[in-house]
Design a protein around this ligand. Structure first.
Ligand SMILES: [Zn+2]
Length: 406
């Protein structure tokens, strides 16, 4: 099977996850893809192929060499983002793309404009796979699954020498739960790669340290006409708190490795108000300082407005995987870079301004950087992947296995 056919088979299956569901997988339709993957891996003669009770798919490619080499893990996720429909995906395939605006849907006049997505110019002459404008594509992350299984298929068919390779496909990555029930111990890899990145060449091994912070403000309401020295307006106290945070350290004013405080919800009335913040920072010491500053602001306001007026409930969400790369583990990155160079792909290393399942897994004992699938504009109708980029992703996966067998 060609990689394109493989990819199109996967995107035809609706696997949208649902953050309002408590089950795992969050939607049972993800199991439709899980079952197909189990069948394909079984047909490829992989061993220990199964889907567990939480919808995680595992499989092992047994080594065909005697010498001891690292056990490499390969991971992709099966679900698609609930941000946009993943039902009835009807991909358009545009051969030898001419560099002009792309008409996705004639009837509804949905156009992907070069003006809005200037990166399209990089793909002149390539084969673009797009949506029909009514759904997302699901290249995130079915391209990752296709990349992995195509590489494994080629490795097995060619008889290329290889060590043991462990494969896992996870549910519910898009709702932040992909690592929750991942069985790192049973997986048994020495380290792994998620194939879940963006454009060709992307390689990530740094991400944010992340915390959430819920601020609760208890005010005192009184008729405004007789409120002097009595009323405590929870909304104004909330604004006072936000004023104490650095003005320029917000998402709209930061990039690269600059951290921020992000107020993403503020609701309430005079009596009671709630603010939801997220705190992000690539560096552990400044991450801790950000949380301290928040606590100090709360203490100050309680001194000023009375004890228990303001409370903060802070919780760490995930950490920068870079902290988990010891000096003796940089080979994981160096090998990925070398594998890209072997495939004539220029590695593009960038810090993620978010988290990945790999960051969680790295703290669960499985160091897991992230490699490109080739796709872009994820989570919406303009999602797109050049076929040649997907092929390169698969070639990089194959090269990694090759390098570790030598
Ligand atoms: Zn993804």
């Amino acid at each position: 099977m060609e990689i394109l056919e493989r990819f199109l088979n996967y995107v035809a299956i609706d696997t949208e996850s649902n953050e309002n569901s408590d089950t795992c997988p969050s939607t049972s339709k993800q199991l439709d893809l899980a079952d197909l993957l189990v069948k394909e891996m079984t047909d490829m003669n992989l061993s220990d192929v199964y889907v567990d009770q939480h919808g995680y798919v595992y499989g092992t490619v047994a080594a065909n060499i005697d010498k001891e080499v690292p056990i490499v893990g390969l991971i992709a996720h099966m679900d698609t983002s609930p941000d946009f429909s993943g039902k009835d995906v009807k991909p358009n395939i545009i051969e030898s793309y001419d560099g002009n605006d792309v008409l996705l849907n004639k009837e509804k006049n949905i156009v992907m404009k070069v003006e809005d997505f200037p990166n399209l110019k990089k793909y002149i002459g390539k084969t673009l796979i797009t949506t029909d404008g009514t759904t997302l594509l699901g290249a995130d992350d079915k391209a990752g699954i296709a990349s992995i299984l195509h590489a494994i298929d080629e490795i097995i068919k060619s008889g290329m020498p290889h060590g043991t390779v462990k494969i896992a496909f996870t549910p519910d990555e898009e709702i932040g739960r992909g690592a929750d029930l991942f069985n790192v111990e049973k997986f048994g890899a020495d380290f792994a790669y998620t194939i879940d990145g963006g454009e060709i060449g992307e390689l990530n091994y740094e991400n944010f340290n992340a915390a959430s912070c819920v601020i609760t403000i208890n005010g005192v309401n009184i008729h405004p006409g007789s409120a002097k020295n009595k009323m405590k307006n929870a909304l104004l106290i909330g604004m006072e708190l936000n004023d104490m945070l650095p003005k320029n350290e917000v998402p709209s004013a930061t990039e690269l490795r600059e951290g921020f405080y992000h107020l993403n919800d503020f609701e309430g009335n005079v009596e009671c108000a709630k603010m939801n913040y997220i705190i992000r920072d690539h560096f552990m010491d400044s991450f801790e300082k950000r949380k301290e500053l928040m606590n100090e602001a709360v203490m100050y306001l309680n001194k000023k407005h009375g004890v228990n007026t303001v409370s903060a409930s802070m919780k760490d969400s995930y950490y920068n995987m870079l902290e988990k790369f010891g000096d003796n583990q940089m080979h994981i990155i160096e090998t990925a870079e070398k594998a890209m160079e072997m495939a004539d792909v220029m590695p593009h290393i960038s810090p993620i301004r978010g988290g990945t399942d790999g960051s969680r897994l790295s703290y669960m004992g499985l160091v897991t950087p992230n490699i490109f699938t080739g796709g872009f504009n994820f989570h919406g109708k303009f999602e797109c992947i050049p076929l040649e980029s997907l092929e390169k992703s698969s070639e990089v996966v194959k090269n990694i296995i090759k390098i570790y067998a030598e």
